[in-house]
Design a protein around this ligand. Structure first.
Ligand code: URP
Ligand code: ZN
Ligand code: ZN
Length: 468
């Protein structure tokens, strides 16, 4: 059975061209003008854009965190992602304290098995780097895991020290793995949080006040310096502020193999949102925290000018009103004590729509740069290219038909994420998903879900992927 997508305007990271696309056995088999293929199922998408499926390389599905679990699992999160034109994501496996990397991996495979509805890979978050765990790092490559993540924050929970970070970087680089860091100074945060609580400063806003931009910048610079000494490719996740961007720019200017992403929410949510009454500010608590409009401007410049390489979501959803009506606990855990608010926000469904509207319609960047940031660069950096992130012969037919004229209002009342709020509530965007194909199979058609739990595939990624 073959599928023919006709009359679309194909947008890749490099080109824009009119072409028909023939899909066979889940892959792109042919592209050209006026293709006629007997027996093919034909979709005429005249007036629409055809792009590679979105790739979100920073998600936390079904993850124990902040005294509860993130509220999307590998089915609800995948369905939501697909409605938002994302067909691949990479989730973070957490090594259990005292356990092995393999233990973590087994747990995450079990979470995804039978539920996955889009394709997925894993990064390995190393939390407990004992000698035997160090020896395990090279074996990750054989299991299709080619990136590790270390947290420089969350003291006493996930944080590693500089020795651990540096040693891990060296081993990772030797074996072709990319090191990722959450760059904040967790020791300083710990002091500031204790001080705030002792002063009776309990509201959500103090989450931001105790996680200042200066120490995100400091940790980013430190990670870059360590990566430089270790000669290790580095990817800094969820960058939020000018202080951190300056460090990345400095490292790249020195020729160091360092890259960075920001996440959608940092472009639209600000410190002021944490002051919303009735505990509403808790909805926007994440780490690093949301910043100032001036930081947003710096992030847009970096996305436009090449200072940042990708946009992800850090999708880590929690209920606002959890712990009731069959819901697991959520943000309410932190009522009266900001340090107990589970850190994270939903967003896996909204990344492409929001960034298209504000990025492309807003004149910040071209549709091609949009594809590069949302799909192609993530595929290249994380060892998935050209199977993913491209519209080319032989690539997986993960294809989004995008309607640039479709108006959509973002709302928790219509989204598919398993949360009771949306950080972009009421945002009106022009340009939204029309159809989504996963390896040639139509999984979203307008408002209709056609995907299937268990049809998503685990992606074994390549080592020594590109440094952009
Ligand atoms: O607040 C956040 N970002 N939660 C998810 C975990 C992390 O730090 O990425
Ligand atoms: Zn983080
Ligand atoms: Zn994260």
């Amino acid at each position: 059975m073959s599928t023919l997508i006709k009359n679309g305007m194909v947008i890749t990271a490099g080109d824009t061209f009119q072409a028909d696309i023939l899909i066979k056995d889940g892959r792109i088999a042919m592209m050209g003008e006026d293709l006629v293929v007997e027996g093919a199922e034909v979709f005429d998408v005249e007036g629409k854009f055809v792009m590679p499926g979105g790739i979100d390389v920073h998600t936390h599905l079904d993850m124990p965190f902040g005294g509860t679990m993130s509220s999307d699992d590998f089915f609800t999160g995948h369905r939501a992602a697909a409605f938002g034109a994302t067909t691949t994501h990479i989730d973070f496996v957490l090594q259990p304290m005292g356990g092995s990397l393999r233990d973590g991996l087994d747990t995450w495979h079990a979470k995804a098995n039978g539920k996955a509805a889009i394709d997925y890979g894993f990064h390995m978050a190393i939390t407990d780097l004992r000698d035997e765990v160090m020896d395990e790092i090279p074996t990750l490559v054989d299991q299709g895991i080619t990136s590790i993540k270390l947290f420089m924050a969350y003291k006493g929970i996930l944080q590693v020290d500089d020795i651990t970070l540096f040693k891990a970087m060296m081993v990772a680089a030797e074996h072709g793995l990319l090191t990722m860091v959450h760059a904040e100074n967790g020791d300083v945060i710990d002091v500031l949080v204790k001080q705030a609580l002792a002063n009776g400063q309990m509201d959500a806003i103090y989450h931001a006040k105790t996680h200042p931009a200066l120490i995100e910048g400091e940790a980013t610079g430190r990670a870059i310096a360590l990566a430089g000494v270790a000669n290790a490719p580095l990817y800094v996740v969820h960058m939020t502020c000018r202080e951190a961007l300056d460090q990345l720019a400095l490292g790249r200017a020195k020729g160091l193999p360092v890259m960075g992403e920001t996440c959608t929410q940092y472009m639209f949510v600000f410190e002021d949102d944490l002051t919303k009454p009735n505990f509403e500010g808790a909805k926007y608590v994440c780490s690093p925290p949301v910043r100032q409009p001036a930081d947003r401007d710096a992030l847009w410049s970096a996305l436009t000018g090449g200072g940042l390489q990708a946009v992800s979501t850090d999708h880590c959803p929690f209920w606002f009103e959890g712990g009731q009506n069959g819901r697991i606990a959520g943000k309410e855990l932190g009522r009266g004590d900001f340090s107990k608010i589970p850190n994270g926000m939903p967003g896996i469904e909204d990344r492409l729509g929001v960034m298209w509207h504000h990025g492309v319609n807003g004149g910040k960047f071209s549709p091609n740069r949009f594809v590069e940031l949302m799909s192609t660069n993530p595929a290249k950096i994380f060892g998935l290219y050209p199977r993913k992130g491209s519209i080319s012969i032989g690539a997986d037919a993960d294809i989004v038909v995008w309607d640039p004229e479709k108006d959509h209002t973002i709302s928790a009342s219509t989204h598919h994420m398993n949360t009771d709020y949306n950080v972009y509530e009421g945002m009106e965007v022009r340009g939204w998903t029309e159809k989504v194909f996963l390896r040639g199979r139509l999984i979203v058609d307008g408002d209709q879900w056609l995907g299937e739990a268990g049809s998503g595939q685990f992606l074994r990624r390549e080592p020594f992927a590109e440094v952009l």
